[in-house]
Write a new protein. Structure first.
Lengths: 110, 484
């Protein structure tokens, strides 16, 4: 079976409401895990936590890559590519900043 | 296993890595490893994304150039981000984080906009097998329609709110004064009403892309007008909140394109931002609504003259050095003024000099000292202060009674005993560092001007307080010289 049809079927076979509830489940459980894990971070690490989670919010790069790479229309490709650039600034900048900060906390380096 | 299954498996691995990364961030010893795992998760997710169905199709029909284009965009963005992060001085971290955060929000808006454009186009391509799916997404009140509206709104608020926060933290002249015009509440109310109307519009008519972009424009305005009135010391709350929004925008974008890794990572960030926001608000004993709309400091009716008249004892470097010579236990209390004066290295020198004389030196960090969560910790870590010496408020407060000298540098409201003693004070009930219980308190400050809360500080007039009027850095260096 050619790929486009396979792909279309995979999307079309799931009931929209079921799909929404599946994603909602993921969303709520991940929020829960987030609350549990992050309440244990001590105050002195709040800045690296902020910048580290900031870097992870650049995950939207994944969405940007998929919409840009689909080459669906000129405008969607352009918007998608712009989103890739912005999201990657967020990702790279966020991780580098976090690393720089944590290196300063590292007593062995000194 | 189909290729989509492998991709989903890779996303699952990335999501697990993100959770482990957050887990490892809870200890200074493992935090660096956590950062690397987080970055690895991101790399896995990004590589997996390049094998998604739509990209494989466009590669099949047009060769490798779509991949080259994506790689180029990724490298440009990554290069800009890494360069910014490496070049920016450590003292500017709050604004750097705000700026990066804004880019994430903007990217989510563009993802939703791009997906909307492509879906609208697909719906009218009868030859394409995906046309029916696209058509059904564009019905009113579908997951696609609602998520697109929310991504546009949250992302736009994040981007513009972060830009304003950046301007304020960078102290650009345009942002020097907080916007306190009382009409702002009406403007905000009007914008919120317009926003809700447009959200409704996008949800009912998702195929009208103009409504989406209008929503983005109005959301941008809201991002600006909501952030402009918020002043300096409330910045940590704003940073946390915007951080949370950028995560929620990414999660909403996950609902738009039906992608679980976006939803997981986005909600993790959303949760982390919300927790930090709550911690920051607690540390100021204020509600989130109060921080966002309150405008503290506008009721500064109490004049400092009554509190301070005739009771201020000023001292110079020599006199304070003499007091310090006899001290066994010294606690340094840094505030935002330390960051402004760039005095962190000088403070470290002072601590070294005191320790060389046998004194025990520690640092008391208030949760909202500075302009972002944990700001003082990063600043002092830059000056090689070991993190074991940075003590949290609840931990060190009982020890002030047996402290010989507490040195307050550039902090004001967080050491104001009025929070404890005066129920009518605007900061009543705010947890403070009990420096006034130390045997001697030295306050390094340029003048008696009030802090962010705009109220006088009875600590300055206390019997055991010595005021040392000078610029933070010079004051400390003079003190070090006098000690030697």
């Amino acid at each position: 079976m050619p790929l486009p049809i396979l792909f279309a079927e995979a999307v079309a076979t799931e009931d929209p409401a079921a799909r929404f509830i599946r994603l909602l489940t993921v969303f709520l459980l991940a929020m829960w895990v987030g609350f549990e894990v992050i309440t244990k971070v001590p105050q002195r690490l709040h800045t690296p936590l902020t910048s580290g989670s900031n870097a992870i919010s650049g995950i939207t790069a994944v969405g940007a890559i998929v919409v840009a790479g689909a080459l669906s229309t000129a405008s969607s490709t352009f918007l998608g590519l712009a989103a890739v650039v912005l999201a990657m600034i967020n990702v790279a900048g966020g991780f580098v900043v976090t690393y720089r900060m944590l290196e300063m906390f590292n007593p062995k380096k000194k | 296993m189909s290729s989509q299954a492998w991709i989903n498996l890779a996303y699952l691995a990335a999501a697990m890595l993100f959770i482990v990364a957050f887990k490892l961030l809870s200890s200074p010893r493992t935090a660096v490893r956590g950062t690397f795992l987080g970055a690895a998760g991101m790399a896995i997710a990004i590589i997996a994304a390049c094998f998604e169905g739509p990209i494989v199709q466009s590669v099949a029909s047009r060769g490798v150039w779509p991949l080259i284009m994506l790689a180029a965009a990724g490298l440009i963005g990554g290069g800009i981000g890494a360069t910014m992060a490496l070049r920016y001085p450590m003292t500017g971290m709050p604004q750097m984080v705000a700026l990066l955060n804004g880019f994430g929000g903007a990217a989510s808006v563009l993802v939703a906009g791009a997906e909307l454009a492509s879906t609208c186009n697909l719906a009218f391509c009868d030859s394409d097998p995906r046309a029916t799916t696209a058509m059904s997404s564009l019905q009113p009140w579908t997951q696609f329609a609602i998520a697109t509206a929310l991504t546009g709104l949250i992302g736009a608020v994040t981007f513009w709110g972060s830009l304003v926060a950046f301007g304020k933290l960078e102290e650009l002249p345009q942002f020097k004064k907080a916007w306190t015009d009382p009409r702002r509440h009406w403007i905000n109310l009007g914008l919120v009403a317009l926003t809700l109307l447009l959200v409704w519009g996008v949800c009912t008519n998702p195929d009208r892309t103009i409504l989406f972009w209008l929503l983005v424009v109005v959301g941008s305005g809201l991002g600006v007008t909501l952030t402009l009135p918020i002043g300096g010391a409330d910045m940590p709350v704003v940073i946390c909140l915007l951080n949370s929004y950028s995560g929620l925008a990414a999660a909403a974008a996950g609902f738009v394109i039906d992608n679980s890794v976006l939803v997981i990572a986005g909600s993790l960030v959303g949760a982390s931002g919300l927790i930090l926001t709550a911690i920051m608000c607690q540390a100021m004993n204020r509600s989130l609504v109060g921080v966002l709309f309150g405008g503290l400091g506008t009721t500064a009716a109490v004049s400092g003259d009554d509190v301070y008249a005739g009771k201020i004892k000023s001292a110079g470097a020599e006199e304070i050095a003499m007091v310090l010579e006899g001290a066994d236990k010294v606690v340094i209390v840094p505030g935002y003024g330390l960051a402004v004066a760039q005095a962190q290295h000088a403070v470290r020198e002072l601590a070294d000099a005191l320790e060389a004389r046998g004194a025990k030196v520690e640092y008391a960090i208030h949760p909202v000292a500075g302009r972002m969560p944990g700001h003082m910790n990063v600043l002092l870590a830059e000056a090689d202060v070991p993190y074991e010496k940075l003590r949290e408020m609840d931990d060190i407060n009982p020890e002030f009674a047996e402290t010989d000298v507490a040195i307050v540098i550039g902090a004001n409201d967080v050491v104001n005993p009025a929070a404890r003693t005066d129920p009518s004070s605007p900061i009543a009930g705010m947890p403070i560092l009990d420096v006034d219980k130390a045997r001697t308190v030295v306050v390094v400050k340029r003048s008696l001007s009030p802090g962010f809360a705009g109220i006088p500080n009875p600590l300055f007039a206390a019997d055991n307080t010595l005021m040392y009027f000078a610029d933070g850095k010079k004051a400390i260096l003079d003190l070090v010289a006098a000690l030697k």
